[in-house]
Write a protein that binds this ligand. Sequence first.
Ligand code: PPS
Length: 295
Amino acid sequence: MLCQYQNNWFPVRDFQGVLSCQKNFQANETDIILATMPKAGTTWLKALTFSILNRHDLDESPLLTSTSHDLIPFLELDTYRDGQNPGLENIPSPRIFATHIPYRVLPDSIPGSKCKIIYICRNPLDQFVSHRFFLLKNRLQPEQDPLSLDEAFEMYCDGIHPFGPFWDHMAEYFQAGLENPDRVLFLKYEELKEDIVSSLKKMAGFIGVPFSVEEEKQGVVEEIARLCSMKNMKSLNVNKDGKWNGIIENSSFYRKGEVGDWKNHLTGSMADRVEKILEEKLSGSSGLTFKNYFN
Ligand code: PPS
């Protein structure tokens, strides 16, 4: 079930966390915030960022025994969950948090401080399909029959989905990145899939810990890419068993991890519709394009 707040849609079960985070979170200038729409690549982004910052001993990485979500909490889904307001002052810097909260709903202290935001955007069609499989695997409201594909797609196209509308979510972070490129790094899932090494170097430079020439020669960047790869992460027992927050199967964060899987589930006319929505809604966001995403 969703509720509307400040022109965005939120799962009712997460709404207290959103409000408490918005009211209470005080960003430090050394914080790193990982912002995404659900199913845009959050789990991967967490693993990559954690590894960049903890690259001294990748053979013993905590990612081998803890999930990405255990290592980097979501502000609204973990830290401020159910309206709580914990003290976060004693967490050593840099503190890393994730969030699905749209840019304009963020606590004022995030845009107002010098903290860094890394945003990852994904083809909305793949995101929609990924989310659908996720919901079918984790029946969060077992008393309700899941929506049909067509019903869910209609709502998606109306912007009525968790943390939606998707077009505003991506456009606002994109704009923030244009205005403050040293504070907001806007990445695309598809670009990470295409060239993870360049993306890792970009991320490390952005958060102020660039890879040294020596590290590059030693293959540290490739080692992080391999550690965090879908294949490796999916094979680890910690990601096969157990549940996150007691409700979500850890294994459901890893499905296919492919670009263009929507073609196996959606029709060409559905793709045309999303393409038109983006053309119309993003007409003011020069530079945010999705070439070849819809055919
Ligand atoms: S969540 O619930 O918002 O945290 O989900 P999120 O992690 O954003 O999205 C899950 C999709 O990301 C894929 N995934 C990965 N892709 C590439 N590499 C790695 N390491 C990786 N880990 C997770 C995951 O499979 C989901 O996409 P789909 O298309 O469903 O496979």
